[in-house]
Design a protein around this ligand. Structure first.
Ligand SMILES: Nc1ncnc2c1ncn2[C@@H]1O[C@H](COP(=O)(O)OP(=O)(O)OP(=O)(O)O)[C@@H](O)[C@H]1O
Length: 300
């Protein structure tokens, strides 16, 4: 792929706040046009990663390339192609929606006021209402309308649905997907709500303990993993694979494996794994801080 076929590339990216590494050794690529979910527990480094991507933070190590350009040399032209919705979608609470739109237009060359107004009219959000008088879901929708009106090539959203109820979350995701279908932009958003991601995302990054533990196309990742259940054992498996997670009951052993790991021994059964189980298994893995990925081979 050429540089512009990737909306985002990072190489050895790291950020340290005093003695705390919020993100380390992050090297990944996100192809253009994908909707990517960034998943991780509290404190995993998601916000730090997203703020590095949009240029609000400078890396301690490594580099970020966004829309084919290094973020170290971000020009106003590149920045105008990036939309960013910060966590809790902050809006000036004393501004009316119309005033927020005016502010957006004055700050962004490509601002599409008509697009924002149509979206807000569909949602029946009055333009003369102050942001502080809107519900959390309405504020999220206004923030999304402002971000979309920039007509960004890359839209970055930091936990955009965190404060929304299930209905508002669904409406938000539908609005986002509608905009993606219309504009064909690349979207990167962080979330804790794994079950909802499968419907809208085609790419996944799992971040845990400040490190990327899984990245790739969701269908491919799900296809590469499987669940093996067999008689309780820790040693007598004779086909190699990478054990992501092992659990044992009194009589059975359950393994989540990657790359092979076909149940070879009699009594073992393999089954596909769902996205949620897959993500949870990676999130449960202990921290590692070495250079090499922690891959445990199934004993031969
Ligand atoms: N400005 C800062 N100064 C010092 N430490 C920070 C700062 N910002 C973040 N951290 C630390 O960096 C780590 C990663 O924080 P970050 O906010 O990126 O995580 P997160 O995955 O977005 O968490 P959450 O899901 O709770 O929002 C945490 O240990 C956090 O305490």
């Amino acid at each position: 792929m050429t540089a512009t076929e990737y909306a985002l590339r990072t190489d050895g990216l790291g950020k340290r706040y005093r003695r705390t590494w919020a993100l380390r050794d992050c090297s990944l690529s996100i192809p253009t046009g994908r909707v990517t979910a960034l998943v991780g527990p509290n404190g995993a480094g998601k916000s730090t990663f997203l703020r590095l991507v949009v240029g609000l933070l400078a890396p301690t190590t490594g580099s970020v390339e966004v829309l084919g350009r290094s973020s170290a040399t971000n020009t106003p032209e590149v920045l105008s192609r990036i939309g960013f919705l910060a966590q809790d979608h902050p809006l000036y609470q004393h501004f009316t929606v119309a005033e927020l739109l005016r502010l957006g237009r004055s700050c962004n060359l490509r601002f599409d006021q008509g697009l924002a107004e149509r979206r807000l009219a569909q949602l029946e959000i009055p333009l003369d209402r102050k942001a502080g008088a809107l519900s959390g879901g309405q504020q999220a929708q206004v923030a999304l309308a402002l971000a979309l009106a920039k007509r960004p090539d890359l839209l970055v959203l930091d936990e955009p649905m965190a404060s929304l109820d299930p209905v508002a979350r669904l409406e938000f995701l539908q609005a986002l997907m509608g905009a993606v279908a219309e504009n064909g932009m690349t979207v990167l958003f962080s979330s804790h709500v794994v079950p909802e991601l499968e419907r809208v995302c085609d790419h996944l990054v799992v971040l845990n303990h400040s490190q990327v533990t899984l990245v790739g196309d969701i269908d491919a990742l799900v296809g590469e993993h499987r669940m093996l259940v067999g008689p309780r054992t820790t040693t007598d498996l004779d086909r190699s694979g990478t054990v992501v997670e092992a659990s044992h009951s009194e009589r059975h052993t359950t393994l989540l494996v990657r790359d092979g790991g076909v149940a070879a021994a009699p009594g073992w059964q393999a089954s596909p794994v769902g996205l949620e189980d897959l993500v949870l298994a990676y999130l449960r893995r202990p921290a590692r801080h070495g250079a090499e990925p922690a891959r445990t081979e199934v004993p031969a």
